[in-house]
Write a protein that binds this ligand. Structure first.
Ligand SMILES: NC(=O)c1ccc[n+]([C@@H]2O[C@H](COP(=O)([O-])OP(=O)(O)OC[C@H]3O[C@@H](n4cnc5c(N)ncnc54)[C@H](OP(=O)(O)O)[C@@H]3O)[C@@H](O)[C@H]2O)c1
Length: 286
């Protein structure tokens, strides 16, 4: 990874930060993104002090908002002329109450589907000129069973945090499979780390109880999941959906071409809502 340019959304805590720390030690040039400025600055200082790599920067952006996704893309294009890897780790477990972003998109879906759709598309030109560009999305890796409910993508009915997570995971399965077709020349991984004890899980009372009781024997550390992310970035794994053993899963049977195209079209419909808005630079700390 030495001298490779890597953008890590959610690189300020949990698995994203773990991956950032490892990549910094390997000599990569990193741009980390999070929403909380003081947390981002603390993560940046820790990574630079521990790795001894000073070519790490932090940019604050709220990636649930379309205008901020575009501002980050613009900032990344200025920061890096070429992007060797893009890691989508911004996300988490959110409260049970359904929230809408200023674009009218359900918050979790905006952050964990739309931001990945928009950022990857916006950064395609920077990725495709790299020697071996890779994109990793942290989601379910094809392990979440059940079909995506196209009639409830914005979570209008029966919203619960765990249903939102499952919906986002299924949407990411379809998105990765479609990106593999749409963007030849880039390797795409949808990685499902399993149950990982991170801040986001511990902040949600119901998730915390589930992770500490029923799911406890299945939980693992953010560090071991971060190792997997680095393995995907440095190894020769083909594009696809990967589980926590780094085994490639077959696409779910319902993830056919029609479903992929339908979600892709929905992504375009959401993304073009505020397409006319001018891009403003995001703030960055180095
Ligand atoms: N933990 C698990 O068991 C598990 C399992 C499967 C998939 N995943 C997925 O893996 C990803 C990483 O999760 P994690 O468990 O490592 O969580 P985490 O430790 O809470 O880290 C989440 C990261 O996302 C950033 N973030 C949150 N909201 C944001 C926003 N609106 N705009 C920009 N950045 C934002 C956070 O930064 P700020 O706090 O500064 O905003 C933080 O850097 C998530 O997409 C999650 O759904 C997790």
């Amino acid at each position: 990874m030495k001298n490779k340019n890597v953008l890590i959304t959610g690189g300020t805590s949990g698995m994203g930060k773990g991956a950032a720390m490892r990549l910094a030690k390997l000599g990569a040039r990193l741009l980390l993104v999070g929403h909380n400025q003081s947390k981002g600055e603390a993560a940046l200082a820790d990574i630079i002090a521990t790795s001894g790599n000073e070519r790490v920067a932090y940019a604050r952006a709220d990636l649930s908002v379309l205008a901020e996704m575009r501002r980050l893309a613009e900032f990344t294009r200025v920061h890096f002329d070429r992007l060797d890897a893009l890691v989508h780790a911004a996300g988490g477990v959110f409260p049970s109450k359904r929230l809408l972003t200023e674009d009218g998109v359900e918050f979790s879906f905006a952050l964990q589907f739309l931001a990945r759709f928009v950022l990857t598309g916006e950064l395609y030109e920077q990725l495709v000129v790299a020697a071996d560009p890779k994109v990793v999305s942290l989601a379910g890796g094809g392990t979440v069973s059940g079909e995506l409910d196209f009639d409830n993508l914005n979570g209008e009915t029966g919203y619960r945090w765990h249903r939102a997570i499952a919906k986002d995971a299924r949407a990411n399965d379809l998105l990765t499979l479609e990106q593999i077709d749409q963007y030849p020349g880039i390797t795409f991984y949808n990685y499902g780390p399993g149950f990982v004890l991170t801040n986001t899980v511990m902040r949600n009372a119901a998730a915390r109880i589930f992770f500490k009781t029923l799911a406890r024997p299945l939980t693992r550390s953010p560090e071991s999941a971060a190792d997997d992310i680095v393995m995907l970035l440095t190894g020769d794994y083909p594009s696809g959906l990967y589980d926590k053993r780094l085994q490639r899963n077959d696409p779910p049977i319902w993830a056919d071409e029609a479903a992929r195209k339908r979600l892709w079209d929905y992504g375009i419909q959401l993304a073009t809502r505020t397409a006319q808005e001018p891009a403003k630079p995001v703030s960055a700390e180095t």
